[in-house]
Design a protein around this ligand. Structure first.
Ligand code: SF4
Ligand code: SF4
Length: 293
């Protein structure tokens, strides 16, 4: 007998009888009809697969519009902010809308702080809050964007995985990471999916540092190089861990690096705030917080 599909969060009804997906679609239609946006970057489901899709008309929305939930909330997620950045960069005129979860908003904010987006006023966020199940899965520090049209705000989730690794002594920690990194097949999936990996020339492909063609990559050089590049950037979306075919818990490492940057410089990634990342400043010392005194 065919197994029936579990009801995903996007088709679960709200107290007003509308589903999340209806609410989001309605908001996008309103933005398009009013001329505020010309296209919407969201997700589309076709033949059981979900992928990013640029909807260019209201009629398009009636075919396969998806929030990526499938059988579990947030089962299909993509680096929407990075894709949007590329679209906006390639077109100086058009206004776009985009589907933003809390992590997409953090990524977008970080791209703005790294000067990767010139005219953010051309972007309209259509936010959705993530359900508890998804927030728990990713130990999400803010499972909702600042403004959202659908979903209910749930509490941030405590960061247990970093604490567990940091609970090991130094030798055990080194052994743990070397063992994890040993499984790397250097597919670059972690880099490619990362919403805040935006360099045109990637250090991970520079022969002088990481020899191209070598598989597996030199351990731990490949991973520590990437971790250093994620300092002051990683917005804690967990996409890299999800994408890794070798199940390496990469986000734990980057999350720890983000904690260090926050303690040392008071810089919290993904927030709308004045000021650049301390690692994006050439010249005088950006200063330290009391944590480093
Ligand atoms: S969790 Fe991974 S994919 Fe997400 S921002 Fe950090 S390094 Fe990039
Ligand atoms: S996604 Fe995993 S296997 Fe691929 S390069 Fe990154 S760490 Fe290595």
């Amino acid at each position: 007998m065919k197994k029936s599909r579990k009801k995903s969060s996007s088709v679960a009804q709200t107290s007003t009888g509308n589903t999340m997906i209806d609410i989001v679609k309605e908001q996008v239609k309103t933005l398009m009809d009013s001329g505020q946006i010309s296209a919407f970057l969201g997700l589309k489901e076709k033949q059981g697969s979900v992928f990013p899709f640029l909807y260019k008309s209201v009629q398009d929305l009636d075919e396969g519009f998806s929030l990526g939930d499938l059988e579990k909330p947030g089962q299909a997620r993509y680096p929407i902010a990075k894709l949007l950045m590329r679209i906006v960069k390639s077109d100086a005129e058009t206004s776009y809308g985009a589907l933003f979860r809390g992590c997409d908003e953090r990524a977008w904010n970080e791209l703005l702080r790294w000067n990767q987006v010139n005219s953010p006023q051309r972007v309209f966020k259509v936010g959705i809050a993530c359900p508890s199940e998804l927030a728990q899965k990713h130990e999400c520090r803010k499972p909702f964007p600042d403004e959202y049209v659908a979903g209910e705000k749930v509490d941030p989730v405590e960061n247990i995985s970093v604490q567990e690794v940091m609970g090991k002594d130094l030798g055990a920690r080194l052994e743990y990471w070397m063992g994890e990194f040993d499984r790397c097949i250097k597919c670059y999936g972690c880099r490619n999916v990362c919403p805040v990996c935006f360099c045109n020339v990637c250090t991970l492909e520079q022969d002088s540092l990481i020899k191209t063609g070598d598989i597996p990559p030199e351990n731990p050089m490949f991973h520590l190089t990437r971790a250093v590049h994620m300092a002051g950037r990683c917005i804690d979306c967990n996409l890299c861990t999800e994408a890794c075919p070798s199940d390496i818990p990469l986000r734990i490492l980057y999350k720890r690096v983000a904690e260090i940057i926050s303690d040392e410089f008071g810089y919290v990634t993904g927030e709308i705030a004045a000021g650049k990342s301390p690692l994006n400043i050439l010249g005088s010392d950006p200063g330290h917080t009391a944590a480093n005194d």
